[in-house]
Design a protein around this ligand. Structure first.
Ligand SMILES: [Fe+2]
Ligand SMILES: [Fe+2]
Length: 256
């Protein structure tokens, strides 16, 4: 089966770009399931019910998130109520939402897990142990896809090797810059360190460069806003064998 994984969608322009291009991408690649990271999909960052609706309306099946997931309070009820919106599984149990879900597709049951890194990020429980606990609770025969939302390349690669052969694929998110290291690990797990982003390209990670440059020059607080330049979409397309649950092919996708 074909699973399209899309990097952090940035603001209204990123959501609109998804609306414009995802339906044809789904057809072109005969996509069975779309997973997109939506932690920056609201204007001003985070995820709102409106930005989640735009992503679902564009053809996304599961929205994953990351360190910005709790920025907008209006999304908290949906985190609890909508099984297709995830927050990282290794947040404390008392936080709204859940860190994994199972989607029934015509070809297979797919478990999607969302994890958050611990290196150069706020303190949180181990993503490795959270993954172990979720995998121990899964029934036989499910494909498992993991969004590891993390800063450090080493942590994402280490998690992928730790899960190699136990999950179908691991993709990294959060850095907003796509890496060129997509590969299939020795026991069949597809992996890329970072999917990249879906948003304005002439930007610093989706944000207008000028206030960011000012902050680096002066160290004074400055208000950031999304860039208004044309968008691109970044992600990977996975071809997964539903019998072996291994990745046959992993290809980077860029739409400009
Ligand atoms: Fe992000
Ligand atoms: Fe992030």
């Amino acid at each position: 089966m074909n699973i399209l994984c899309i990097g952090d969608v940035i603001g209204a322009s990123g959501c609109e770009f998804m609306m414009r291009h995802l339906p044809s991408l789904r057809k072109l690649y005969a996509v069975d399931l779309v997973i997109a990271n939506g932690e920056n999909s609201a204007e001003g960052n985070g995820l709102t019910p409106a930005s989640a609706d735009m992503l679902f309306n564009s053809g996304v099946d599961v929205i994953t998130t990351g360190n910005h997931v709790f920025r907008r309070k209006e999304i908290y009820p949906a985190l609890d109520e909508n099984p297709r919106i995830l927050r990282p599984a290794n947040y404390p149990a008392a936080t709204p939402g859940k860190g994994w879900t199972v989607v029934d597709t015509v070809k297979a049951q797919v478990c999607v897990i969302n994890l958050l890194g611990t290196v150069f990020m706020d303190p949180i429980d181990s993503a490795f142990e959270a993954a172990d606990a979720i995998l121990a609770s899964q029934g036989e025969g499910r494909l498992v896809i993991v969004d590891m939302h993390a800063e450090a390349t080493s942590e994402k690669r280490a998690l992928a090797f730790y899960l190699d052969g136990r999950v179908s694929a691991v993709f990294g998110t959060h850095t907003h810059v796509q890496t060129a290291d997509e590969e299939i690990l020795p026991h069949g797990t597809g992996f890329i360190t970072d999917l990249g982003m879906t948003g304005p390209t002439l930007s610093v990670l989706g944000i207008d460069p000028q206030p960011i440059i000012r902050r680096f020059l002066t160290r004074l607080p400055s208000k950031f806003s999304n860039a208004t330049t044309p968008c691109s979409l970044s992600g990977v397309l996975l071809d997964i064998n539903t019998k072996t649950r291994q990745t046959n092919l992993i290809n980077r996708i860029q739409v400009k």
